[in-house]
Design a protein around this ligand. Sequence first.
Ligand code: AMP
Length: 360
Amino acid sequence: MKIAIFGAGQLAMMMIEESSKLNHDFIVVDPSQNPPAGKHAKHLQTDYTDQKTLDYIIANYDVATIDFENVDISAMRFLERKIKVFPPTEALEVCQDRLLEKNLFRKLNINVTEYKEIKNMSDLKNYCQGNESRYLLKSRRFGYDGKNQLKCNSKIDLLEELLSECSCIIEKIVDFSTEVSLVCVRQEDNNIIFYPLIENFHEDGILKYSKFPYINKELQDTAEKYGKELLNYFKYVGVLVLEFFVSKDGKLVANEMAPRVHNSGHWSIEGSSTSQFELHVRAITGGLDNKPINFKSSLMFNILSKYPDDNVLNDLESHYFHSYDKEERNLRKLGHITITKNSAEQLESILPECLKVLDN
Ligand code: AMP
């Protein structure tokens, strides 16, 4: 099939690489110069809303998908009148706005932390009632990896600046023991697949590393129930990833969802027989099969800001290194490293040393 991907970052790159054996024909649309996926497919360097680009894709491609959620909704709505657009545009719209997302979670009885829309400092003060340290102020839109969010006891100028720049919500800080994510995939015929949960470790709001699998039957069942609700609600097609806190009292609390393949699923390239990237491409082209998926215990470390020196990689356990071939920039995701083992115990035993080597 002929597939157009909006966004040509590392996620698009890995979708193309991981589905090479399926013989699809890809094009990527991205306004930036030399994006990671640009070397793997024809690259249209235009805005996502460029009319000529949209017309060209309608005339020549069967299905459009995305590698990041902030693509323009009007462009996707235009495309979906003529060709298939997966995930559905409604899912994108909801995921672009934390308030709509949390409202939907609540409507579907998916457990969330306390939250409320906040318009100004007086709303914030009224809501916190002197307990500012227990709350976060987050922008409704364009907030990811901890961007555009502040603790409510931050300096007043910073809070006022965020409130004046964007529409915001306030969220109660969850006292969590850990964070987990669920990779879900659905095809049009309602064939649904879930991976076991993944455990995620963040630093300053950015994913530092993931550990697979996180075994907990009760939480797995609850996460899959929530996943199914969302997939069915949107008649979703493709990979959807849900991110949760595990509260100290052992409950899942939904944080957000990503309508796309996700950083916490990168280990699946080597750690599973069908990666999240292949699953996504199979689902949007109607090619999911019911072959059982095999898994290995895996660790995935993000490479942020600066590529590691050769001696760091030499000191590290046997691993797979993925470079996204991007220029170094503070806190930019430049690549990732995956290590697989035959057992969770083996992974656990090497984790401290890996962190030590990579933190140097
Ligand atoms: P987000 O940008 O919402 O994905 O948040 C990034 C990270 O910040 C999360 O993975 C958590 O580690 C932390 N975080 C965000 N919201 C909350 C919350 N309500 N309670 C506790 N930690 C949070």
